[in-house]
Design a protein around this ligand. Structure first.
Ligand SMILES: [Zn+2]
Length: 640
């Protein structure tokens, strides 16, 4: 149970509303004068204890849960209502605990130490003898100019064991903080610590918001191993979540609508200097799902510039198999080259691989001949073509065993391609290369493929018994419909425009906060609508930045939903959105009709309690609305 559910379970809506509204029992429910509009004669405000909701059938014509009640009554936003009700319910909210606050402050402190370290390393690059040698290495061997070196804040870690330690000790920073920053390492035998980075080129690593997270470091002497060394995992450095260069590449990626994924720091920097500023690199790992999510925010067009040496090719293929295995055994996405194919299928992403001329790295090519690099990128091949080429290179394609080995590896990739025409093209391509008929290729594998598919994870079923559970299930229906709409919109806020157009065409009101009955979900919809009203940041980013911590699960769930194979096209998503939205409105109007009928009959037994003409008028309007919604729901929707 999350905080919101817990609060709802603990606070009785009748008690809460009774604090400000005098309620009278009417059958199972309670009625009173609406606190939100001027009314003294006819009680139009109803509280439904079973569902934990309220509704004004008068002027306001709106309703919601306890959060929405408090928000409306006090004029608060959701976080304020959450704090208030949590306190009332005796629940401690995680984000505002002093402990959490302390932790955030500590993280800020670590960042300021790291910012200081950036200056320290830069000082040593430009102001010391060894540093100047390193500087000339960067300029002469790596062809970098002063401006680039400054832009990327490159530095030099002095060839000493305690230079950094002394620097920070003098500033009164203790070992614990330095250790938590990943700047020092504990000695093995003796007590004490020593500098983690020694005699290395230093690359500060920042996140997309340009906050410093840690460092990458390249050895300058061949004796120093490993060649590349990163900050260790710390509170702020998680190499599986960071992409080097993203702080600078963010905008260029969006402008070019393309990201180039390279393997090293120098590739990113060299490409930048050569005018290709849309490159990023993971840090010595295959792309992870988190990194993929970062990239996806800016573009769906991904070009992989893989290492050209044969070890690199082998690693790629090994990655394919590993990823395939992983895919079959967990719900997590894997973004090795093999996984990228999968993501290509599910994310609507265009993933290409460019082959680098033998022995050359991207930065070498680009810095010597920018036009040549441009051609390399333009000639990038779709990933399946690349895999087929790689697997078949230098193989005896007349050998039946080789044929079946290759087919086994490539067929699953082809099956993941969402577009039928493309899929057919790849099938033909593969059949042609292997000199076999298309039929023989795909009859066997069809069975294998189906057998390998695993059933979807089952959601935990609700306990079926108590009345309370039944009521909750009814509420859940509404919650789930509202949630589903947000899952579709939180990642694709632009669909609001299409939805509104569609609603308008059918004489229905546009989507608004009023469509959300649950305060937490209403807040998110309100964010989504706001995101479209501003122009400073991309809508999705705007939502991302403002989504309360309690609601971040929406993003993860949304990705899961959008990545489902049936949702690969925008059309499917939009159809889903329209249907869910119409169903939500219909369910609400049906509920309203039921409530009104119930009130109607209960006020027959308790006359004088409610304004009958108002109820009848509302009832009539609701029935009309239901008919309209039925008509729209049954009319053929969007052409697919
Ligand atoms: Zn009202």
């Amino acid at each position: 149970m999350n905080n919101i559910e817990e609060i709802k379970a603990r606070i009785d809506i009748v008690d809460l509303v009774s604090e400000t509204v005098k309620l009278r029992r009417a059958g199972k429910n309670y009625t009173g004068f609406c606190p939100f509009h001027a009314n003294t004669r006819t009680p139009a405000f109803v509280v439904f204890p079973d569902s934990g909701t309220w509704r004004c059938f008068g002027e306001c014509n709106e309703g919601g849960d306890i959060f929405k009640f408090v928000m409306k009554k006090e004029g608060w936003d959701f976080p304020e209502a959450l704090r208030y009700l949590a306190e009332k319910a005796g629940i401690t909210l995680e984000p505002v605990t002093p402990k959490k606050k302390e932790e955030n402050e500590y993280i800020e402190k670590l960042r300021s130490i790291l910012e200081d370290a950036v200056i320290f390393f830069r000082h040593h690059l430009t102001q010391t003898e060894n540093g100047r040698q390193t500087l000339s290495y960067l300029k002469q061997n790596r062809l970098l100019n002063d401006k680039t070196i400054e832009t990327f804040e490159l530095g030099y870690a002095p060839n000493a064991w305690e230079a950094m330690l002394d620097h920070f000790h003098n500033k009164g920073i203790n070992d614990k903080a330095l250790l938590d920053c990943g700047l020092i390492t504990k000695r093995n035998e003796a007590d004490g610590y020593y500098d983690r980075f020694r005699n290395r080129v230093i690359f500060p690593i920042r996140d997309a918001s340009q906050r410093i997270c840690g460092f990458g470091a390249r050895a300058l002497s061949n004796d120093d191993m490993p060649k590349y060394l990163n900050s260790p995992q710390t509170l702020i450095f998680d190499k599986s979540a960071l992409l080097f260069g993203l702080d600078k590449a963010r905008k260029p990626i969006r402008t070019a609508d393309q990201v180039i994924i390279v393997e090293g720091y120098f590739d990113v920097i060299g490409l930048y200097q050569a005018g290709f500023q849309n490159a990023v690199s993971p840090m010595g790992t295959a792309l992870t799902p988190v990194q993929m999510r970062h990239v996806k925010r800016y573009t769906r067009k991904i070009v992989l510039a893989l290492d050209p040496d044969s070890a690199g090719e082998k690693a790629t293929l090994k990655g394919l198999e590993v990823a395939r295995e992983t895919m079959d055994h967990s719900a997590e996405f894997v973004f090795d080259p093999r996984g990228l194919v999968r993501s290509e299928a599910r994310l609507d992403a265009d993933i290409r691989v460019c082959s680098l001329p033998d022995g050359l790295d991207p930065d070498e090519i680009a810095l010597q001949d920018a036009a040549r690099w441009q051609t390399v990128v333009e000639n990038a091949k779709p990933i399946i073509t690349h895999v087929i080429d790689t697997l078949t290179a230098g193989k005896d394609l007349e050998d039946p065993k080789t044929k079946s080995e290759i087919a086994e590896k490539v067929i699953p990739l082809i099956k993941d391609v969402p577009n039928a025409v493309e899929r057919d093209t790849y099938r033909q391509q593969l059949a042609k290369i292997l000199h076999v008929s298309e039929q023989s290729l795909f009859s066997v594998s069809e069975v294998q493929y189906l057998n390998k598919r695993r059933p979807r994870r089952q959601k935990m079923a609700l306990e079926p018994d108590s009345l309370e559970t039944q009521v909750k299930a009814e509420r859940n229906k509404f919650y789930n419909l509202e949630k589903h709409i947000l899952l579709l919109l939180v990642k694709k806020p632009d669909m609001v425009y299409d939805l509104d157009r569609y609603l308008k065409k059918n004489d229905l009101q546009p989507i608004s906060e009023e469509d959300m009955e649950f305060g937490d979900l209403q807040l998110v919809l309100s964010l989504i609508l706001d995101s479209l009203k501003q122009i400073d940041t991309a809508a999705e980013e705007y939502i991302d930045a403002k989504l309360p911590e309690d609601m971040t699960w929406l993003k993860t769930d949304s990705e899961e939903l959008i990545l489902k194979p049936e949702n690969i096209t925008q059309n499917h998503l939009f159809t889903d959105l329209v249907q869910t939205f119409l169903n939500l409105r219909k369910n609400k109007v049906v509920e309203k009709i039921n409530s009104l009928s119930m009130l109607h009959s209960s006020s027959e037994t308790e006359p004088g309690n409610l304004d009958m003409s108002m109820i009848q008028r509302e009832l009539l309007e609701s029935i009309k609305m239901r008919a309209t919604l039925d008509r729209v729901l049954s009319s053929p929707l969007i052409g697919d």
